[in-house]
Design a protein around this ligand. Structure first.
Ligand code: G3P
Length: 229
């Protein structure tokens, strides 16, 4: 059985970095080990090195620039992320959109470096065209539901089912769904609708008891994957 994809996007919350960032990461790591499910965390660039060294989580950047080395002030190159221990990156998140050619360049660069890329799209109509660029996964997130606690899998299930139909047209690209995911039930539903996993942020980062929330998400993801067979 292929494990569900669980991606926790730390964004730039107060507990996304520093000691608080370590604390929440240790809790997430504990759940990951308990269930034997790898968990991807997309973290601020400043945390990639430390989290890669001090946890067994799969650490991603939240963005990379698919640029060559050189005079590029402020750029984060895939090589830098890899050197810090990062295994991949999100690209084109709704909160960090980039041009299509920039997405493509970054995917190519990361693939050459053996890194993974997860491209975000805000609508199912883009799933096929982004899929052709050959990322490892597409993360579909209707922006209007991000951070609302209203799950895409419940409020807009058709976004997931249509995205699933689109992803079938390209080979070897996973489909992840996110936006408003709050409970294990939301995750179960997303996987039941055909997603390979989920992306989540606020429900975990703002939780009083993040361990309990992640445990609920992971256990229901496993249940849904198991049912799918
Ligand atoms: O990348 C995941 C994120 O955008 C979803 O955010 O807060 O709705 O879980 P949230």
């Amino acid at each position: 059985m292929k494990p569900p994809i669980i991606l926790i996007n730390y964004k730039a919350y107060e507990n996304s970095y520093g000691e608080k960032g370590m604390e929440i990461s240790k809790k997430i790591e504990k759940v990951s080990k308990e269930y034997g499910v790898p968990i991807i965390v997309s973290v601020p660039a400043t945390m990639i090195y430390r989290l890669s060294k001090e946890t067994e989580l799969i650490v991603y950047a939240q963005h990379v620039d698919g640029l060559d080395h050189g005079a590029k002030t402020g750029s984060i190159l895939p090589e830098m992320v890899k050197d810090a221990g990062g295994k991949g990156s999100l690209l084109n998140h709704s909160e960090r959109r980039i041009r299509l050619d920039e997405i493509h360049d970054a995917i190519i660069r990361m693939r050459k470096l053996g890194m993974e890329s997860v491209v975000c799209v805000d609508r199912y109509e883009l799933v096929h065209s982004m899929g052709i660029l050959n990322p490892d996964a597409i993360l579909i997130e209707p922006p209007e539901l991000i951070g609302t606690g209203i799950a895409v899998s419940k409020a807009k299930p058709e976004v997931i089912t249509r995205a699933v139909d689109e992803i079938k047209k390209v080979k070897g690209v996973y489909l992840i769904a996110g936006a408003g995911i709050t409970s294990g039930e939301d995750v179960y539903k997303a996987i039941e609708l055909g997603a390979d996993g989920i992306g989540v942020a606020s429900a975990v980062m703002k939780a009083k008891d993040p361990e309990k929330v992640v445990s609920d998400l992971v256990s229901q993801a496993l249940k849904a994957i198991d049912k799918r067979g």
